[in-house]
Design a protein around this ligand. Structure first.
Ligand SMILES: [Zn+2]
Length: 144
């Protein structure tokens, strides 16, 4: 450890752990910066019944129509589905993958942020003090 011989106060040195977290955080931020468009939700295959009398989907056993791809997501708490035609499937897959990646990055950034800021808070307040047992509670004066 270096000893400070100068009379000027030493600048506060960031703890190594916080510096490491700052680097990890910057790397994640870089990944977010490179992320393309995204759409939330899931892509699923469905089979459907059209309901027309005499159609094979109404036969016994039924032969359903499909498979169709559909994009499902929540809008204001309600599930909304949209049919995705084959030429659009690849785009949807990419956008949905991006949204999951964004979620992963955000969760990771949040984890690192919490850890780093906890350390920073401890730096400014010093180590936790031991709890001093409180004296027995005394009844408060009642104002009235
Ligand atoms: Zn049908």
């Amino acid at each position: 450890m270096k000893v400070n011989h100068s009379l000027t106060p030493q600048p506060i040195v960031e703890p190594a752990a916080v510096a490491r977290d700052r680097q990890r955080y910057a790397a994640l931020r870089q990944q977010i910066a490179q992320l393309g468009f995204f759409r939330r939700g899931t892509l699923g295959r469905i089979f459907q019944r059209c309901g027309k009398l005499g159609c094979r989907c109404m036969a016994d056993p039924p032969q359903l129509h499909g498979p169709y791809m559909q994009w499902t997501r929540k809008v204001a708490g309600k599930t909304v589905t949209v049919r995705v035609p084959p030429p659009q499937i690849e785009l949807f897959q990419e956008w949905i993958a991006n949204s999951r990646q964004l979620d992963r990055l955000r969760v990771e950034m949040q984890k690192i942020s919490l850890r780093a800021t906890e350390r920073m808070l401890r730096e400014v307040t010093g180590p936790k003090k031991k709890k001093v047992p409180r004296p027995a509670a005394t009844p408060r004066n009642v104002v009235g």
